[in-house]
Design a protein around this ligand. Structure first.
Ligand SMILES: [Zn+2]
Length: 132
């Protein structure tokens, strides 16, 4: 898939963000193997820790729909530089994505960069470390 198409889907999702506290709207779009695209936006809460990032909303939506194979993800915000996923989202990506899965990061000024999950989260904690 052309990364710009996925970024455009993330921009559409960004419009749905519920961000009354930070006013920082984020959108994400996740392409799965079947060709379907799952989107997410950040959803804040008055109790701030209950907030969920756009990337996790998209990933959890796909998981809840039975998806198991993920191709690439785009995340977008109106930020000075292309927005990068937070540590919690990177950890969630590590649970479900391959190390080679591409994450496209963009802003509204058409700045973008693409990295693999391995580049975003080297030396990650994973299920192999739970083996005794
Ligand atoms: Zn996050």
């Amino acid at each position: 898939m052309k990364d710009q198409l996925l970024i455009n889907k993330a921009i559409e999702a960004m419009d749905l963000a519920y961000a009354p506290y930070s006013k920082f709207r984020v959108g994400a779009a996740l392409l799965v193997k079947s060709g379907k695209i799952y989107t997410g936006c950040n959803i804040e809460n008055a109790a701030y820790p209950a907030t969920c990032c756009a990337e996790r909303v998209a990933i959890f939506s796909a998981i809840a729909s039975g998806e198991k194979e993920f191709i690439e993800l785009a995340v977008v915000a109106d930020s000075p530089e292309p927005i990068t996923p937070c540590g919690i989202c990177r950890q969630v990506m590590g649970e479900f994505f391959e190390k080679e899965t591409i994450i496209h990061m963009a802003n509204m000024k058409s700045n973008k960069m693409s990295l693999t999950l391995q580049e975003l989260l080297p030396f990650s904690f994973n299920s192999k470390q739970l083996n005794k």
